[in-house]
Design a protein around this ligand. Structure first.
Ligand code: ATP
Length: 391
């Protein structure tokens, strides 16, 4: 008799790029947890391919990504990224050489940052009750204020001139608005806040508002409101419970399609700007050590990239105290994007349970090490999966 057919499980191919600083420590932790979860669930498999692209590689070879590297990367289902940045490499070189050199050609035009206060974590907002702060911030990741248009002339002269031209196209606004409305539609509140500055920026931002209003008609079940970016910072602090899904223009990445080349020293200046709203959001949620980001190509023609918000954090590199929670949350976002919703939910439940039990690193006021938090998550997963199995 022929053996009974075994249920087939999907295998996902993941590119791991730990890169610099605490990147390798947190990505190792993330892979350990993901592998344990896949082994326990048995409904899918994960195959990791490691890329040693980092500032060390750049210093040795002059390149972050070797020739043909992007073609290799394109074959994976997702990219699990650590952090890039080294004290002896200027930030604009490292960002453009590695991270943005992937985001731009892979058309990862939606930057998604879920933010909420995890159990046991204290928000700096005195009156913020559990559940009050639960947002998804979506940032247009391919054009906008820093589209790379502009330049400098007459250097050193009294009439030296510099221009920055913000780029807004109907195509790119429409695609990010549709993505934002679809995200809002999947959340219980069905509320999208469109952040703008159309009172002062009367061309690009007016087009932004107009396209938002047009796309809104395709989503009658989603309520939309509009906020000027300055007023938005006040609302985030004073009425966090009044917000849900937020869409804003790009304040960090630039969309000129260059891969790792530095045009002139204005690039260095541009990357010193922070993305104001999502940095504020991460701080309001308790620590930069817990916040995840996804750089998505919603068309799924290219792999999307998942990374913790934090950078390389050289002050704590090698000390074993990096908070791995941002990477675990990032891993959960990656699983959800791959279609493994159950695994994603289980992982976030374990993260919540560990935080509630205060098994946390020093940035959250605890004394646990990266390895202890990782082991605690694996144990918790084992416990909760054991419970599921015995029901
Ligand atoms: P980069 O220049 O690569 O962005 P950075 O060190 O300037 O790196 P971040 O790494 O984003 O900036 O973080 C700033 C500080 O926050 C760090 O110096 C570190 O003290 C703390 N920090 C960041 N990530 C973590 C983490 N995962 N766990 C604990 N502390 C963290």
């Amino acid at each position: 008799m022929a053996p009974a057919a075994q249920p087939t499980s999907t295998t996902y191919s993941i590119a791991a790029i730990p890169a610099d600083g605490i990147g390798p420590e947190v990505i190792d932790a993330g892979i350990e947890v993901l592998t344990a979860l896949a082994d326990m669930l048995k409904s899918f498999k994960l195959e990791f391919t490691h890329y040693d692209w980092s500032s060390e590689t750049y210093k040795k070879t002059g390149k972050y990504i070797p020739s043909g590297g992007l073609e290799q990367l394109r074959k994976h289902d997702a990219i699990f990224f650590g952090a890039v940045g080294a004290p002896d490499v200027p930030d604009h070189i490292s960002l453009w050489g590695l991270r943005l050199a992937i985001c731009q050609p892979f058309q990862q035009y939606a930057n998604v940052r879920p933010t909420r206060v995890l159990p046991g974590v204290q928000s700096p907002l005195r009156n913020c009750r559990p559940g009050d702060l639960d947002w998804v911030i979506i940032r247009e990741n391919s054009e906008g204020e820093y589209a790379g248009q502009g330049g400098r002339s007459h250097r050193g002269c009294a009439w030296e001139t510099a221009t920055e031209v913000a780029i807004f196209t109907r195509h790119c606004i429409t695609r990010i608005m549709r993505f934002a409305f679809e995200t809002a539609r999947k959340r219980p509140r069905k509320l999208l806040t469109v952040v703008t500055k159309s009172n002062a920026q009367r061309n690009g931002m007016v087009l932004w508002d107009e396209v938002a209003a047009e796309v809104a008609t395709e989503f009658p079940d989603v309520a939309m409101d509009k906020m000027l970016v300055d007023a938005m910072t006040v609302r985030m602090v004073q009425k966090p419970e009044s917000l849900d899904t937020i869409v804003a223009t790009n304040l960090v990445s630039r969309g000129n399609g260059q891969t790792g080349t530095l045009r002139d020293d204005t690039d260095a200046h541009q990357h010193q700007h922070a993305d104001i709203l999502s940095d504020l959001a991460a701080a309001l949620a308790g620590s930069i050590g817990i916040a995840p980001t996804s750089n998505l190509d919603p068309t799924r023609q290219n792999p999307s990239m998942f990374e913790p918000i934090h950078g390389s954090a050289f002050d704590i590199t090698g000390k074993g105290v990096a908070n791995p929670v941002a990477t675990f949350w990032t891993a959960a976002e990656m699983l959800a994007w791959l279609g493994e919703e159950e695994a994603s939910t289980l992982l976030m439940e374990s993260v919540g349970s560990i935080c509630a039990r205060r098994i946390v690193t020093p940035d959250l006021g605890g004394s646990a090490t990266t390895k202890e938090v990782t082991a605690a998550i694996v144990n918790d997963l084992r416990g909760s999966l054991g419970k599921v199995a015995s029901v």
